[in-house]
Design a binder for this molecule. Structure first.
Ligand SMILES: Cc1cc2nc3c(=O)[nH]c(=O)nc-3n(C[C@H](O)[C@H](O)[C@H](O)COP(=O)(O)OP(=O)(O)OC[C@H]3O[C@@H](n4cnc5c(N)ncnc54)[C@H](O)[C@@H]3O)c2cc1C
Length: 354
């Protein structure tokens, strides 16, 4: 059994920040990630970030992980944490074999989020992808998913991935959204509209057809009660259907360890109950990033920092009060205004915060 101070699970923006703070405070830290590189979702984000300089606005997502040197952190890649037990032990699988059991005094779970899917006829045909999967294929692996794409979902991810498909020379036949307006930022929608891609609001996908893979998609208009408008069905010729219909927290390890979980749709699904320092109902088990509620890389980074500081304090570091206070304020600032409205509503429902 390997023993150390802290296990950080997930090497996206949240986990990297938590690991860096904890190791800077003198703790031995093991950072584990399934991927072959640290960075999580950032590894496929070739676009420039919005927001403030402090949160890497103007920087491409792929360039952000290297801004956090982790010299003192032990890093284990291509490895999955598969269990968290009551005695503080975690089990990790590395490349098909049990690597080790790890016992730590504290844990930060920063496992991020996964894509939601849609039920429709033919959704199991090859050629139906999550938008995030397409982004990984294109931007991380250099592989195009197809030649003619239908994007389902006009939130930021659907719009950004549509634009990146166009940049890669792929035809985006249309972007659909069931809502009466687009959910993403206007700036992203305008870019693809200028390129001639129709954005069809109040529309849905009904079916995908093809012999061995997607050859056609059937789409239809929907009314204000989300029922299909009779006679509005039509077929479009595509070889790829990309679903961008939301993300939900990757929370399996929290369920396994017995953390109290609450269903909050505004935060993406079941999220852990936690105090304002991000400590769950299990002592010294902290959470940060999308696993707490689907949000953005900027807030994931600040949450990672907060979890790292607060866990350091629990484990005996002194003099962190002001830094913790400032970090909580920073999170509040990030969530101000229209953009943070849904998250604020979700957090209010979650309650606690003390
Ligand atoms: C297309 C797209 C565009 C985006 N654009 C922006 C933007 O412009 N600005 C912005 O601020 N945000 C943006 N975001 C959101 C942002 O990327 C996420 O909010 C952020 O990456 C969340 O960080 P995280 O550390 O919580 O999780 P992630 O980045 O998802 O990292 C989680 C990590 O945990 C690992 N993991 C999961 N389970 C295990 C396990 N059991 N064992 C080991 N490892 C595990 C995964 O491999 C992954 O590396 C975008 C997201 C997408 C998909």
């Amino acid at each position: 059994m390997k023993e150390l101070d802290v296990l950080v699970i997930g090497g996206g923006p949240a986990g990297i920040n938590a690991a860096q703070i904890l190791s800077n405070n003198g703790f031995t830290v093991l950072l584990v990630d399934e991927g072959y590189k640290l960075g999580g979702q950032l590894l496929k984000q070739t676009h420039k970030f919005f927001g403030s300089k402090e949160h890497f606005a103007g920087c491409r997502g792929i360039d952000i992980p290297s801004k956090f040197p982790l010299d003192k952190v032990e890093i284990l890649l291509k490895s999955t944490v598969v269990g968290l037990y009551n005695d503080g032990v975690a089990t990790i699988v590395t490349e098909d074999k049990f690597y080790t059991k790890v016992k730590s005094k504290g844990i930060v779970v920063a496992t991020g989020a996964q894509e939601k899917f849609l039920p429709f006829i033919g959704n199991d045909l090859p050629g139906v992808y999550g938008a995030g999967a397409v982004q990984t294929l294109m931007n991380s692996e250099g592989i195009l998913p197809g030649e003619k794409v239908l994007m389902v979902g006009a939130g930021n991810i659907g719009l950004i991935v549509s634009y990146q498909l166009l940049q890669a020379g792929v035809k985006v036949v249309a972007v659909l959204d069931a809502a009466p307006q687009i959910g993403g930022y206007l700036v992203h929608a305008s870019k693809i509209a200028r390129a001639g891609v129709p954005i069809l609001t109040s529309h849905t996908i009904v079916a995908a057809y093809g012999k061995d893979k997607v050859e056609e998609a059937e789409i239809a208009k929907i009314d204000e009660n989300w029922n299909i408008v009779k006679g509005s069905n039509r077929k479009v010729e595509v070889d790829t259907i990309c679903l961008s219909v939301g993300l939900s927290p990757v929370n399996d390890l929290l369920w396994h360890r017995g953390c109290e979980m609450v269903l909050i749709p505004e935060l993406g699904g079941y999220v852990p109950k936690r105090n304002k320092f991000l400590e769950t109902t299990v002592e010294n088990l902290f959470v940060a990033g999308d696993v707490c509620g689907v949000e953005e890389a900027s807030s994931a980074m600040v949450e990672g920092k907060l979890a790292g500081l607060a866990l350091s304090r629990n484990l005996g570091s002194l003099g962190l009060e002001y830094e913790i206070y400032k970090t909580i304020k920073n999170l509040e600032i990030l969530r101000k205004g229209e953009v943070g409205e849904k998250i604020r509503r979700g957090l209010k429902k979650l309650g606690g915060g003390d």
